[in-house]
Design a protein around this ligand. Structure first.
Ligand code: IPM
Ligand code: MN
Length: 365
């Protein structure tokens, strides 16, 4: 069976970075002689403009028929005043829910050459390497009742034992393979919902005696991430807290334009950059494609067990950065400023170079 990948470029810079990701995906799959079927569909504001809805049944069905989905970004000023269920963001939330993507993995890792791009001190960020496990299909994002009128707006933060347990298990499994440290973030001093969260996480931890578990309140966690990010290995948290903490984590890597993410469920998977649609720089060839290209690497790893090609992509990105190429978001003065397209060209050139070097290595063995 030929693996099927649905591309959803979406809005703003989503279009440019998805094009970059597609080029890299095509390049590596051809290099490794594997066939992939790529299907492209509209989502978000682009879909609203054409069909009057941010997510058509056809796009959703294509995702149901897929082995993986690669998304760019959704949203923009143009659609800000639409009612909630017509906003571009509603498409993303509906996709996550319909595909059952309960686990959102957001790694925050420092590229040594980019340390100067971070607004934090070098000695604070150096060596940081953690991953946020954000619950993605529950919590206040989806809780009922919800609504608003002229006098009142309300949402419900609710979690079931089942929902907490399945994300906690994944986070513990990951921690067991990493530095065996997990910090579960909640607000158990105020919220009952967090009280259950803490109880369930404690229960799950009994199955992982080698993993060290700590609990942290979300306000403190936000502070600790910028104060001493190196203390973290795996952060486990709910939907809303994870949304906020993963943006903060973007500061550590120099730019949110570097951060990929994977949203996983028991059947489907979606990969997307953590950044948004950045309408202010859309269509100007200024967006950083690295988050989207790294998302391709995550996809190859998690959905297709193609670890070698994924490694190749990561190595090429590192090399391009080491060679001094920078998009404007990670521009730290003394470097070669390039646009989305040239950055992608450079990454592809380096994939080719590293691939050939490795092939040569095999011959001379
Ligand atoms: C994210 C985004 C989304 C979220 C929005 C666009 C709905 O901020 O993926 O982090 O809040 O989850
Ligand atoms: Mn967010």
């Amino acid at each position: 069976m030929i693996p099927k990948v649905v591309l959803l470029p979406g809005d703003g810079i989503g279009v440019e970075v998805t094009e970059a990701a597609k080029r890299v995906l095509k390049y590596v799959t051809e290099k490794f002689n594997v066939e992939f079927e790529l299907v492209e569909k509209l989502v978000g504001g682009a879909s609203y403009d054409k069909f009057g809805t941010p997510l058509t049944d056809e796009t959703l069905q294509a995702c149901f028929d897929s082995d993986a989905v690669l998304l760019g970004a959704v949203g923009g000023y143009k659609w800000e005043n639409l009612q909630h269920n017509l906003k571009p963001e509603a498409a993303l939330l509906k996709l996550r829910k319909a595909l059952g993507l309960f686990a959102n993995l957001r790694p925050a890792k420092v590229y040594p050459q980019l340390i100067d791009s971070s607004s934090l001190k070098k000695e604070v960020v150096e060596g940081t390497d953690f991953v946020v496990f954000r619950e993605l299909t529950g919590g206040i994002y989806f809780g009922e009742p919800r609504g608003y009128n002229k006098e009142k707006g309300w949402n419900t933060m609710v979690y079931t034992r089942f929902e907490i347990e399945r994300i906690a298990r994944l986070a513990f499994e990951s921690a067991a393979k990493r530095k065996r440290e997990i910090v579960s973030v909640d607000k158990a001093n105020v919220l009952e919902c967090s009280q259950l969260w803490r109880e369930v996480v404690n229960d799950v931890s009994k199955d992982f005696p080698n993993v060290n578990l700590k609990h942290m309140y979300v306000d403190n966690a936000a502070m600790q991430i910028v104060r001493d990010p190196k203390q973290f290995d795996v952060i486990l948290t709910s939907n809303l807290f994870g949304d906020i903490l993963s943006d903060i984590s973007g500061i550590i890597t120099g730019s949110i334009g570097m951060l990929p993410s994977a949203s996983l469920g028991s059947k489907y998977a979606l990969y997307e950059p953590v950044h948004g649609s950045a309408p202010d720089i859309a269509g100007k060839d200024r967006a950083n494609p690295i988050a989207a290209i790294s998302s391709v690497a995550m996809m190859l790893e998690h959905s297709f067990e193609m670890n070698k090609p994924a490694e190749l992509i990561y190595s090429a990105i590192k090399k391009v950065i080491a060679d001094g190429y920078r998009t404007q978001d990670i521009n730290n003065g003394d470097c070669k400023l390039v646009g989305t397209r040239v950055m992608t060209d450079k990454i592809i050139e380096n994939i080719e170079k590293i691939y050939n070097e490795q092939a040569l290595g095999v011959f001379t063995l």
